[in-house]
Design a protein around this ligand. Sequence first.
Ligand code: NDP
Length: 328
Amino acid sequence: STTPVKVTVTGAAGQIGYALLFRIASGALLGPDTPVALRLLEIPQGVKAAEGTAMELVDCAFPLISSIDIFDDPKAAFDGANVGLLVGARPRTAGMERADLLSANGGIFGPQGAAINEGAASDIRVLVVGNPANTNALIAASSAPDVPSSRFTAMTRLDQNRALGQLSQKTGVPVSEIKKVTIWGNHSASQYPDIFHAEVAGKPAAEVINDQAWLENDFIPTVAKRGAAIIEARGASSAASAASAAIDHVHDWVLGTPAGDWTSAAIPSDGSYGVPEGLISSFPVTSEGGEWKIVQGLEISEFSRGRIDASVAELGEEREAVKALGLL
Ligand code: NDP
């Protein structure tokens, strides 16, 4: 089709935005034949920097870009949007209480959800990247009562990709031959990267690795704390990898997951695997026809059960906290 897809990116002038926009514009998000109308949302102080990024996008002469517009008003930015990448968020600063962080983000994701409800296209699909991503997605969804809640998702694809990278390095098998890894729960330190159903070069991953100590003391904490390790090494937070994961998430949602594999995304729970309904929690998922589906029937060991329950409990606490603040 030649009608451009309207893609709205919030926090467009930030680090992740800077890595993300060029990938979207190159066709990595929606494929090499889909023209894109880019809509960049920033807070007023970020608009000038967003204009600079837009100048560079123009200078790339990307054939797929039909327009680039910059906004500081969510209503205008989401008007007619087909895809929303919600990256901008209020970072936690030193000494900030959790309630303050949650209410600051409520002030961002509530109005953005309302703007989506009011003016986005009927096929709108939203990915929240800005942290605390799962709960920010819950706030946006609850401010958009006319949009199916299944259209609001949060990113655990970076955790998934980090898990694939670690497994590849451990086994020497390329990522392309590692399948069915799962991230469960919250995009936070409590997340559970699960390899008990994973396959490495066609064999059960747990059998190939056969090292429970590595799994518990190395793999799981390395994946969960990778963000901090990158800040430590790079002197700046991960941005290109976060952008790349956001591209993967939306690409697979819209265009489908490959046969014989699954991925991970935080989507509203339907009660599967004992996750309370409505929590936006990460599951093993496939996508077909533009809809995520939770992979059903996986056997959950006692070890996995404990880890999943702990992360899901944290999501429940976050939901109670934003409810108490009147944000849901
Ligand atoms: P980044 O672009 O680095 O990060 C943006 C958000 O993504 C943060 O909430 C960050 O969480 C989150 N994130 C998720 N996964 C990762 C990851 N793996 N690594 C790093 N971050 C991750 O932030 P910047 O400060 O560079 O840019 C933010 C921009 O957003 C600014 O330009 C600001 O003006 C803008 N903004 C826009 C708003 C809007 O459009 N309405 C609202 C608020 C801000 P964490 O903080 O936990 O690292």
